[in-house]
Write a protein that binds this ligand. Structure first.
Ligand code: ADP
Length: 449
């Protein structure tokens, strides 16, 4: 069910319940008022009859009828009886209406009695007089009152049904007006495709929820657009990087095969091809690592960061002849304080890339790796005294294929740091860089433990 229909239904339901309560209260109050008014009139009739007969004991029935006729407010179906101590009807000899002795006894007990039976209402009074004690009973049918109440009930039901119908239409109109901005947002969103991520939703003045939704959605679109652009440039950069060595390989082979050559020449060309093929392998491996670094955290196991850093240092000291990598630990006794859940292969790649850069961009000057524990954090810093990074390059160095303007003469593809950053992020670590061109660079990696 659409929100619009649900809102109008709920709106109508609340209104219907409220109206029902109000109408029912009015009906009940009116009913009570009418009933007590009728009993009052009935009591008056009983009292007048008693006073008339008992004040003037000798009044004949014919005379009484005459007086009663004159009395202006005779009630519909009215019957009045006076009973003596032996429950015998006196003064009025008509026997068409007799009250049971039990009713007469109850009047005597209670002094006054009121009850209704079918359409008739009855009032009984215990009347004490110098000529004896009598029970006066009067009953009548509240024809006008009952008809009035029936009419009131029907009018109220009609008003209720009519109001519910009107309220439903008003409610759905109201819901339509209230939800119109949402429908507009939905229509605007429907036309946005991956090819048109530059489109944005209109945001009006003011701070209502719809504007907030549109702003949030626009922010999401901004992120998506950036990420799509990054993917696009990643793919084009990757294909460019793959194409360059391949073109070079194909070119070298074509030129070599063009004419008969010396054995030494073939050897030289094959060595060139091998070097290019190795570059390609490295690049493909890096790309594979980059796409494969979306690992599941359930694959993590506990690993000691001091051992990992030592292995990384050891590996790169051997891989880069002439490198001078120093290692300094400032660790507490408890190894648990620098043990984290993680993937050792990926972390090895990440730290290795940062260390390799430090050695590469400092021309084999000494590089210092340090590891300290502060509260519940482990900080690994890798410091070099190399070429440094220009301030305008710093925000981009973690983007795939980005290479610093002063790094173009050094080997590299611009993938190492983006891969390292991604891996560290997966481990909940933060990587920070402080650098001054010409003086050196320090990368600090902060692991939460
Ligand atoms: P690559 O090293 O292949 O160029 P990276 O992704 O590893 O690619 O690094 C991106 C850029 O960051 C480098 O091109 C360089 O400009 C800068 N950079 C990274 N580490 C250092 C460092 N230790 N000293 C100076 N510049 C660095």
């Amino acid at each position: 069910m659409k929100i619009r229909d649900r809102l109008s239904l709920q709106f109508t339901l609340i209104f219907a319940v409220l109206l029902l309560v109000v109408l029912a209260t009015i009906y009940l109050l009116t009913y009570k008022y009418r009933a007590s008014d009728f009993y009052d009139r009935l009591r008056d009739r009983a009292l007048i009859t008693a006073q008339l007969f008992l004040a003037e004991d000798n009044l004949s029935e014919a005379k009484f009828r005459a007086v009663q006729q004159k009395y202006p407010q005779s009630l519909p179906g009215e019957v009045v009886r006076i009973y003596n101590d032996r429950n015998q009807a006196v003064f009025l000899k008509d026997t068409s209406q007799q009250w049971a002795p039990s009713v007469i006894a109850r009047v005597r007990d209670q002094g006054e009695l009121m009850y209704s039976e079918g359409p008739a209402r009855t009032v009984g009074l215990y009347y004490k007089d110098n000529s004896g004690n009598f029970v006066v009973l009067a009953s009548a049918v509240d024809t006008y009152g009952d008809a009035g109440m029936r009419q009131l009930l029907w009018s109220m039901l009609s008003v209720l049904i009519l109001s519910i119908v009107v309220m439903y239409f008003l409610g759905s109109l109201f819901a339509r007006i209230a939800l119109f901005p949402i429908s507009k947002v939905i229509n605007d969103v429907k036309i946005i495709r991956s090819s048109s991520l530059d489109k944005r939703l209109a945001v009006k003045e003011g701070k209502d929820e719809i504007n907030e939704l549109a702003t949030t959605f626009n922010n999401l679109l901004e992120h998506l657009e950036q990420s799509f652009d990054a993917q696009r440039s990643f793919v084009s950069n990757a294909s460019h990087e793959l194409r360059t060595p391949l073109t070079s390989i194909v070119g070298s082979i074509e030129v070599t095969l063009g004419v008969e050559r010396e054995r030494e020449e073939y050897k030289r060309v094959l060595a060139d091809v091998l070097a290019e093929a190795e570059n390609l392998t490295n690049l493909v491996n890096d790309l594979f690592d980059l796409s494969n670094s979306n690992i599941d955290v359930n694959d993590f196991h506990d690993l000691r960061l001091d051992e990992l850093l030592w292995q990384v240092k050891d590996e790169w000291s051997h891989l880069i002849p002439g490198s001078r990598i120093g290692l300094h630990y400032n660790l507490p006794d408890d190894p648990a304080r620098y043990t984290i859940p993680g993937n050792s292969h990926l972390l090895f790649v990440a730290l290795g890339n940062i260390l390799k850069n430090a050695v590469k961009f400092s021309g084999n000057d000494p590089v210092t790796c340090a590891m300290t524990v502060q509260d519940d954090k482990v900080i690994i810093s890798i410091e070099d005294k190399g070429i440094g990074i220009k301030p305008e390059d710093i925000p981009h160095i973690f983007e795939p294929f980005y290479r610093g303007t002063n790094a173009q003469t050094y080997d590299g593809l611009g993938i190492g740091l983006s891969l390292a950053e991604k891996i560290l992020r997966l481990h909940g670590a933060v990587i920070q860089v402080a650098s001054e061109p010409g003086k050196g660079t320090t990368f600090s990696i902060v692991f939460p433990v």
